[in-house]
Design a protein around this ligand. Structure first.
Ligand code: SF4
Ligand code: SF4
Length: 380
């Protein structure tokens, strides 16, 4: 592995067709309702050719590019977790029989997926969820099956978003591993090609069906320049050194009150986050009482019900819920799983309706004098 080859733009069509011929549902970026989202694609024409995104805290919009780049945007509101760990999944169904009941497990995954356009930060997010659902103490059978079957075509970022901070989290912008194939888009006035790094035997097998040529030194150099351009354009920074200790030492910091005055506890940040995985279960019965289903759904630590135990919610105040989310992401996750729970994708900043910025909130606490961190405030 580690071989680099180059394909022309049309070679991407051959790649999509080869993946489909391999029995895979191909999922990739496409434009819908004013955003670049991930959905089933059949053709290179489904990709967001000539589109880019503009992102700020609380703002997102698409603009036409001056060129025809196919991957000339950063990350949108979707993450790959919706395919590996769907937002709603039936765990089991119970049907009344003559004198008893019959229980069947929820459906097992039907699709073998190929994901096209997985960014470096997103590969790190998938690796974080793997720790929970594949190698953790409570593996998830369906996640494991989907993950084992997934073919990953990663893409190196050629530009960075204004809310990205992957460099701070050491999760990007260059793809370093965990893929079958990785693409770097090489686009200028004279050509539109893709450098492809082959990362697995499955990747090498697929490339046998895709016209390609050996990569030249000029191809490799152009790819390095594209990634360096993205790294130089990163919009935000998070100082991670000492952050865990600072957050864990500051449960009563005044900043939690200040951010809670803005936070709507809508949970948008957790829905768009590629690593968040909290769920709840709901039971559904039909009106005749013949069938019951237990369904697992994405939940959020921002809902009042999420921390409900007998007698009420543990985190009833918004400050407690924001503090739980941010402290878990950037500090307690490290104790739990050995890595940060944040990959610096910036989605929670862009998609927060009031523009709360995780990098600003963390820095406000980390940079505060120790006395301010320990100041006591009323409320949960
Ligand atoms: S931080 Fe923003 S996105 Fe998250 S719950 Fe609060 S208002 Fe919603
Ligand atoms: S916490 Fe925010 S920046 Fe970090 S991974 Fe989640 S959505 Fe991305």
């Amino acid at each position: 592995m580690g071989t680099n080859v180059t394909i022309a733009r049309d070679g991407l069509q051959a790649l999509i067709e080869a993946l489909r011929a391999d029995g895979r549902e191909v999922i990739g970026p496409t434009v819908r309702e004013g955003a670049i989202i991930y959905d089933a694609i059949r053709d290179i024409a489904d990709l967001p050719a000539g589109w880019t995104d503009r992102q700020e805290a609380g703002r997102y919009g698409l603009e036409q590019r001056a060129d025809g780049a196919l991957f000339g945007y950063t990350v949108g509101p979707h993450a790959w977790k919706q395919f590996l760990f769907p937002a709603r999944e039936t765990l089991w169904t119970m049907r009344r029989t003559g004198d008893g009941a019959e229980v069947t497990d929820g459906a097992t995954p039907a699709s073998r997926h190929a994901f096209i356009g997985v960014r470096s930060c997103e590969l790190h997010a998938i690796a974080i969820q793997d720790k929970v659902f594949v190698s953790g103490p409570y593996p998830d059978t369906n996640y494991r099956a989907r993950r084992a079957d997934a073919f990953i075509v990663a893409v190196n970022c050629g530009q960075a978003g204004n809310t990205c901070f992957c460099v701070s989290m050491r999760t990007g912008p260059k793809v370093e591993g965990g893929f079958d194939l990785s693409l770097t888009e090489l686009l200028d006035d004279t050509r539109h090609d893709f450098l492809i790094a082959i990362g697995s035997e499955a990747g090498a097998a697929i490339m046998q069906h895709v016209p390609h040529r050996p990569a030249t030194a000029a191809d490799l150099s152009a790819a390095d320049s594209a990634v360096a351009r993205a790294a130089a354009g990163i919009g935000r920074h998070l100082q991670t050194e000492g952050l865990k200790q600072a957050l864990q030492a500051a449960p009563e910091h005044r900043r939690w009150d200040e951010v809670a005055a803005r936070c709507l506890t809508c949970g948008n940040c957790t829905m768009v986050c590629p690593t968040c995985f909290c769920t709840t279960v709901r039971d559904h019965t039909d009106l005749a009482g013949n069938t019951a289903r237990r369904v697992r759904e994405w939940d959020s630590c921002f809902t009042l019900d999420f921390s409900y135990i007998h007698g009420g919610s543990v985190r009833h105040a918004p400050r407690a819920r924001y503090r739980q989310w941010l402290t878990h992401k950037l500090a307690n996750w490290i104790d739990q799983f050995g890595t940060s729970g944040c990959v610096g994708c910036g989605r929670c900043i862009t998609w927060c309706p009031v523009g709360i910025d995780i990098t600003e909130e963390a820095a406000a606490i980390a940079n505060a004098p120790a006395a301010a961190r320990e100041a006591h405030h009323e409320g949960a």
